[in-house]
Design a protein around this ligand. Structure first.
Ligand code: HPA
Ligand SMILES: [Zn+2]
Length: 351
């Protein structure tokens, strides 16, 4: 038994249901967060006004009413439309800074957020504009809020591999401001194999690799992400429950899943949070983590995702602490940084 598990099992309160103060106090990382998905309607209107853009909505209430999704694609259609207000370096800064402030309030100590350069470069926004704004905010987040970060560049899988290659090439001058590549957008019909060459090229550049797989897509997509793209984490991955063999493999190989509970219910992967399998996967020994995905669209940031598991699945303090520990273990920080964060986590558990 590791020191951490020993502490968990011998802490009297470990079997109590996790409450908000405890969840907030746990040092947590967030590994599955699309920066464009943290664009709140209020900031959307502010940026639209600043950039002289007419939104197809009257006010923030009307926008929120439009967030009534039936599946992933119904969300993506609105999500890409909303991103059109992001035009200047300052817009990308403000977007990222607003997210960092939420992290600070919620006890998030390290983040590895995603951004979708093609959503912007295809509208004529320069890669440099996007990356300068995001990276300036992340640097301020480290300096002023003590939040460390590693940015991940995602390829849009509904576009071609050639387009992904062009994006990677455009990003090469900025290799110092991102740590890895990911794969997102419409999953069904766009299997991981489509991006085999560009992921191999990213690996050659020394970049980390992650991919969305098994959100709506089948087991074969999780397999393809692991065996063809050589990813180090699976984003979502909840459909691994379709296969005993896959669940056993993920547990045995310690491959982290970045699970997003509120996203899964808002996009109807599950009809209700009470059906969510995350705690069963945790029990089976998978390295599952909790994340917000697109919090401005799905009704809550990281803490709300943890809270939903306490409210609807009866998540205990012990389970919450294990999920937070997994989020630290699954991140791309150094062993020394992990040890430090796990020590802080232990202090919260025994307090
Ligand atoms: O949950 C998601 N899945 C795929 N693409 C996305 N882009 C933003 N969020 C998502
Ligand atoms: Zn996602």
């Amino acid at each position: 038994m590791s020191g951490f598990e020993h502490i968990l099992q011998n802490t009297r309160a470990a079997s109590e249901r996790a409450d908000e103060a405890f969840l907030r106090a746990l040092p947590k990382t967030e590994l599955h967060l699309h920066l464009e998905g943290s664009l709140e309607p209020e900031l959307m209107f502010e940026l639209a006004a600043r950039n002289g853009i007419q939104l197809p909505y009257q006010d923030v209430d009307q926008i929120r009413q439009a967030y009534n999704f039936t599946n992933l694609q119904s969300f993506l259609d609105i999500y890409y439309q909303c991103a059109d207000v992001l035009r200047t370096e300052q817009d990308f800064y403000d977007l990222t800074w607003a997210y960092l402030q939420r992290c600070h309030e919620e006890g998030v100590v390290h983040i590895e957020p995603f951004f979708d350069p093609q959503t912007h470069t295809d509208r004529g926004i320069a890669m440099q504009t996007v990356l300068d704004g995001i990276s300036r905010a992340l640097a301020d987040g480290h300096e002023q809020l003590g939040i460390s970060s590693g940015l991940i560049l995602c390829f849009l899988r509904h576009l071609s591999e050639e387009a992904a290659f062009a994006t990677l090439e455009q990003a090469i001058p900025y290799l110092h401001v991102f740590i890895g590549v990911g794969l997102d957008s419409s999953e069904l019909g766009n299997p991981p194999e489509k991006f085999a060459k560009v992921f191999a090229a990213a690996a050659e550049l020394g970049l980390h690799r992650v991919a969305h797989a098994g959100e709506e897509g089948p087991i074969a997509y999780i397999e393809g992400a692991l065996d063809v793209l050589n990813v180090e984490r699976i984003d979502h991955g909840v459909r691994c429950t379709d296969s005993e063999a896959m669940m056993t493999r993920l547990a045995a190989e310690g491959i982290p899943l970045t699970v997003c509970p509120l996203s899964n219910t808002r996009l109807k992967v599950y009809q209700h949070m009470s059906e969510h399998p995350i705690l069963e996967l945790l029990q089976r020994g998978l390295c599952v983590t909790v994340n917000a995905d697109d919090p401005a669209f799905f009704g809550g940031y990281l803490l709300a995702n943890y809270q939903a598991l306490a409210d609807h699945l009866g998540m205990t303090r012990g389970q919450a602490a294990q999920l937070a520990a997994n989020s630290i273990q699954a991140s791309f920080i150094t062993v020394e940084q992990k040890t430090l964060l796990l020590e802080k986590l232990e202090q919260v558990i025994v307090a």
